[in-house]
Design a protein around this ligand. Sequence first.
Ligand code: ATP
Length: 260
Amino acid sequence: MALLEIRAIDKNYGGLAALDQVNCNVEQGKIISLIGPNGAGKTTLFNAITGTMQADGGTVMFDGEDITGLKTHEVIKKGLARTFQHIRLFKKMTVMENVLAGLHTKTRCGIVGALMRPSWVAREEEEARARAMEVFELFDERLLPRINQQVDNLSYANQRRVEIARAIAPNPKLILLDEPTAGMNPNETQGIVDLIYRLRDMGFTIFVIEHKMRLVMTVSDRIIVLDHGVKIAEGPPEEIAENETVAQAYMGKRSHAQID
Ligand code: ATP
């Protein structure tokens, strides 16, 4: 049984099939990439999985449970985490506060606990901070010196790292990364490649949308290709690299597939 099983997912936007009967699996402990030209439906599929948008049909099974139609906060509680193509952080909060916000599903402290502050609330906070520090260490010296900085003062690449840190912090079973290297230079991109490997080695399962083909071909155990909402190919990188239908889909103006 795969960790994530997507069956016959459909989504229409005013007559346009953003997703058309899409089936795919993500196996435990693997790095699976989702690629395709602009407008292929990649983000829409992530939205359908994470409850950001309701699909018109189909099912999403996660860890043996039907999570179709669940709200985003319920999906997160099941052990799924994601980052967004357009960074979504609390820009006026610090790096640490953003990652602590990602951990709130793991803590029990409600409004009464926050006001009364019994000892277990302080203990939970301490544990959450310790967990956040563990996660910052995965990013070497990129985030550690900046944990008390406001997010909108950080570079774009560091904001992306904070978003990934926030996703990892609750120890999800599956991490969905939507273009984690967008706007990063080759050096920064390599840092994300190293991080993805590190996360996989730590036991995380990763489903990633990427346009940078060198990255995709390097890190993926398997690649799923969408075009016009339809899955047109699926297989290991060496097979996808040779696939004529995929090459055709990427030709023309719509694509911004990148080599590095
Ligand atoms: P990109 O690589 O450019 O991010 P993508 O593969 O992630 O593209 P989606 O963003 O999933 O593609 O979009 C798939 C199709 O659905 C596109 O034609 C897009 O215009 C359309 N679409 C997505 N969201 C909406 C929406 N909220 N309302 C109307 N159409 C939408």
